[in-house]
Design a protein around this ligand. Sequence first.
Ligand code: FDA
Length: 384
Amino acid sequence: MIYDAIILGAGGAGLFAAAEAGKAGARVLVLDHADRPGNKILISGGGRCNFTNTGIEPGCFLSKNPHFPKSALKRYTQWDFLALVERHRIAWHEKTLGQLFCDGSARQIVDMLTAECAAGGVDFEYRTAIGEIGHGPGGFRVGQHQAANLVIATGGPSIPKLGATGIAYDIARRFGHRVVEPRPALVPLTLGKEERLFAEISGVACPVTARVDGASFTEAVLFTHKGLSGPAILQVSSYWRPGTPVTLELVPQAAGKLRDARRRMPKAGLKAALSELLPNRLADALASRIGLEKKLGDASDAELEAAAGHLDALTLSPSGTEGYAKAEVTVGGIDTDGLSSKTMESKRVPGLYAIGEAVDVTGWLGGYNFQWAWSSGWAAGQAI
Ligand code: FDA
């Protein structure tokens, strides 16, 4: 069949672009190898979909070109998406840090997007592998179908068991686009054998400021049997590269707090002082790591300073990440140099578009990645 646009991928970005283009009068086909739309939406936000964030701004996105997301995020904002959610009478609430979730279920977001697609007369073909893509004067050919426009919306390789693949990069390269090296992001970090101490406290969580390479996030850290997780770690993982240390501020101004403990309880050991500041099992693990055996009253200022360094700037060297199997998103992707920031259209191949996670734009944890899917999908949908 002949369409105006073929959209590869029925995730958030593809559905949104399809609905917008369809409602504007374009004949649109969405292809996906999954058997239903929006698999990632359905499991997102613990089943309630953290669909956007009130604090969306370009600084919350990683990209080789940090200016690239500005235009799309400004033209279709979090407030526009929230208005759509309200038009569909989906009840929502704000959790923490501006994160907006459905009161009911993530399925409501998928139903909303498919209803919008139905309003635009969009066709779907599921269980369809994307084979050879032809390109000639008539536009693009995918299987039996032809269209003047082709939208790459197949996301990144995070969570292969949900059907995620890196096919977006192959298609982009086939049309002469560059790809910024993809890496797993919003992903737990692993610690090597020398940090086994922390594996023993698997399950312990506490508030922290985590820092990597200039980026810092104040949220919870979770110690796991493989290493570190929790929102603060997922956030810094997007900035982490092999060999880079991660610094955890577990106790701000720790030296002052330890001196105060020495004054109040000179006969106690370090473990007792740490137990006042941190969960017990973490206090035990840190006390063994620090190895200050004497009573607090016998410890010098220098010894307390040295101990404090493990509390306000605990430096760990992750051995790696838990990889694409556990990564919520992929950092990197189709190089934005080759795309229009206004329409997401290729500068090299007229009629070719790339949107969503496939592109080298990655948001923070907390609804930022879906907003990028909506905003970039909207931009392409309007342009088709
Ligand atoms: P997405 O990956 O959603 O869609 C791509 C589509 O292409 C899929 O339907 C896939 O089947 C299809 N496809 C891929 N390869 C194909 C091939 N070779 N042939 C045919 N079809 C193919 N973000 C957020 O903002 N808030 C949140 O609460 C969460 N929560 C969350 C939880 C979990 C567990 C994960 C893994 C991720 C999140 N995210 C999130 C991130 C968010 O899900 C992600 O950024 C968007 O879904 C990206 O949307 P896209 O449409 O770009 O890709």
